[in-house]
Design a protein around this ligand. Sequence first.
Ligand code: G6D
Length: 349
Amino acid sequence: MDITTKFFGMFQNQEVIEYTLTNSNGISLSAIPYGAIVTKIVTPDKNGEKANITLNVESLEDMVAHRPFYGATIGRVAGRITDGQYIVEGQQVQLDVNEKGNQLHGGPVGLDTKLWKVKTKNEEDHASIIFSCKSLAGENGYPGNLEVEVEYRLTEKNEWKILYTAHTDATTLFNPTNHIYFNLTGDIKQTILNHKLQLSSSKYGMLGDRNLPTGVLKDSSGTAFDFSESKLVREAVLSDDPQIKSVSGLDHPFVLEQKGEAVQAVLSEEKSGRQVIMSTEENSVVIFTHNKEMDAFQIQGEPAKQYAGITLEAQTLPDAVNQSKFGNIFLQPEQTYHSQTMYRFSVLE
Ligand code: G6D
């Protein structure tokens, strides 16, 4: 495996270096210590043409100024926490809020806004970029000093494995994800509407006011949210389903029926022949289809268009701390948090 580095930008007078892992099949993954952000994933198409298959901001300045979350490590808690509040041992905790009175993606200074420590590891069958950071008690309103490690492992089997480890010195919340947006065409000027998606899921979380989960996990069979058989993303995103219309696309959690090594999601694109499969230990995957053009910054000379990318954000169901049966995201001092999500890249002949 090859590990290379390149200057990426400056943050608070510190050099931010981009690390790139490349395997013997010409697949590479690049990431930076700011936000443990994945800046590129390059894979070949069916003709061997290599291209970046993810949506990324080109400059660190734009990442810091606009926080689009592209490829970023999200935490302490991915998604929205209603009113930034939760109850633990009969006490109400008030977190910092940063979107319509809720906490979104870990709050105003979430893990995606921090400069992580970094080291690399090069083994026979894989190479890794290992990021670590500390979130102090009180940051974004969370109790507990949290230590997080995220390992991005690229293997010779063309897998990107994300391995999370975390500890806390007081009961807190932890539900991280990676906010990667895929565009398998390799051209962000094309939309993801002709991508095909298949999910091992029969229920999705309905959204209500302020994009908050209503708590209802609805049966998806026969609806726009039914991806039990592979189907074009456009069939969902352009449907008249009120849940789709209300957010102009997908922005919903899908309950995953299997866990661990099983394949729970298959995303593919016919023209390039590229395919990504996902497996995770988490109980859900949030799929967001970049439902609005982002005109605060430019990528390749133009704003990132509507439907320029699609996320597969593996995590415990959003707002789990306020929804019974959504899962447990409390992290206790005596626990070590471990979770793994894997994406495998291939080409359909
Ligand atoms: C919007 O509602 C969506 C979120 O799900 C997404 O993560 C964010 O944009 C980037 O707030």
